[in-house]
Design a protein around this ligand. Structure first.
Ligand code: GRF
Length: 216
C-alpha cells in the first residue's frame, strides 16, 4: 500500500460531508490525504471550509466555459497534477461526463440522500417526504454515466417520523452520511471493494489479513 492515498472532494454547497471527511482525517480515523476541493459555486460555504483547513480549492463557474468537456478537462488537469487516487462527490450538483469518467473509471464515488434506486436526482429528501415513505436513508455508490445509477457500495436506513419536516429529516440524513462516507472511503483506501457486475462486495478486514499471511 502506498503511503499517501490522495482524494479530491467535489461539492457545490455547504460541505458538511467535506468537513466530516477532513475531521475523520485529522482525528486519525481515516488514513487519506484530502488534496483538493472542486467547487462550481464561488460563494459556497465549502470553499471557506477548504481555505480554513489549508486545502487547495479549484473553484470554477460553468458559464465561463463553452462546454462541460472544457471545464471537466480543467478539472482533470487538477486531479492528475495532484495524483488523485479517488474522487468523492459530496453534494456536487452536476453530472460527470466521460471526460472524467474514463480516466477515473471505478474511482469516483457519490453520496446520495435516499435509498437508491428510490428518489434519484435533485431534492431526494423532498421527494421522499412527498411520497410518504416511512423509511429512507443514505447510499454511497460508484459513479457511472447515469443519474445516481452506479453500483451500490453501502446503504444505511433511517425512519421517517410522523411530522418530520425537510429540515428535521436532513439533520438525520447528515448524521448518517457523516459516518458512512468516511467509512466507505476507508474501505476503498484499504482496497476492500470487489465489483462483480453491478454488485459490490466489501471484503472483511480479517480476510485481507489472512490473504497477506498466505502470501496471496
Ligand atoms: C448531502 O445530503 C448529499 O447526500 C447530497 O448533497 C448533500 C450535500 O450536503 N448529495 P453537504 O454540502 O455535504 O452538507
Amino acid at each position: 500500500m502506498k503511503n499517501r492515498f490522495r482524494i479530491a472532494v467535489f461539492s457545490s454547497g455547504s460541505g458538511s460531508n467535506f468537513q466530516a471527511i477532513v475531521d475523520a482525517v485529522s482525528e486519525g480515523r481515516l488514513d487519506v490525504s484530502v488534496e483538493l476541493l472542486i467547487c462550481d459555486k464561488t460563494q459556497a460555504q465549502v470553499v471557506k471550509r477548504a481555505h480554513s483547513h489549508g486545502i487547495p480549492a479549484f473553484v470554477f463557474q460553468a458559464k465561463d466555459y463553452s462546454s462541460k468537456e472544457q471545464y471537466e478537462t480543467d478539472i482533470l488537469g487538477q486531479l492528475l497534477e495532484r495524483e488523485v487516487d479517488l474522487v468523492v462527490l459530496a453534494g456536487y450538483m452536476r453530472i460527470i461526463s466521460a471526460t472524467l469518467l474514463q480516466p477515473f473509471a471505478g474511482r469516483i464515488i457519490n453520496i446520495h440522500p435516499s435509498l437508491l434506486p428510490a428518489f434519484p436526482g435533485a431534492n431526494a429528501l423532498g421527494q421522499a417526504l412527498a411520497h410518504g415513505v416511512k423509511v429512507t436513508g443514505v447510499t454511497v455508490h460508484l459513479v457511472d454515466g447515469g443519474m445516481d445509477t452506479g453500483p451500490i457500495i453501502a446503504q444505511r436506513a433511517l425512519d421517517v417520523a410522523e411530522g418530520d419536516t425537510q429540515d428535521m429529516l436532513e439533520k438525520k440524513i447528515h448524521a448518517v452520511e457523516h459516518v458512512l462516507l468516511p467509512q466507505v472511503i476507508g474501505w476503498i483506501r484499504e482496497d476492500r471493494l470487489r465489483l462483480d457486475g453491478r454488485k459490490v462486495a466489501v471484503i472483511p478486514q480479517s480476510a485481507q489479513i489472512d490473504n497477506s499471511a498466505n502470501g496471496d
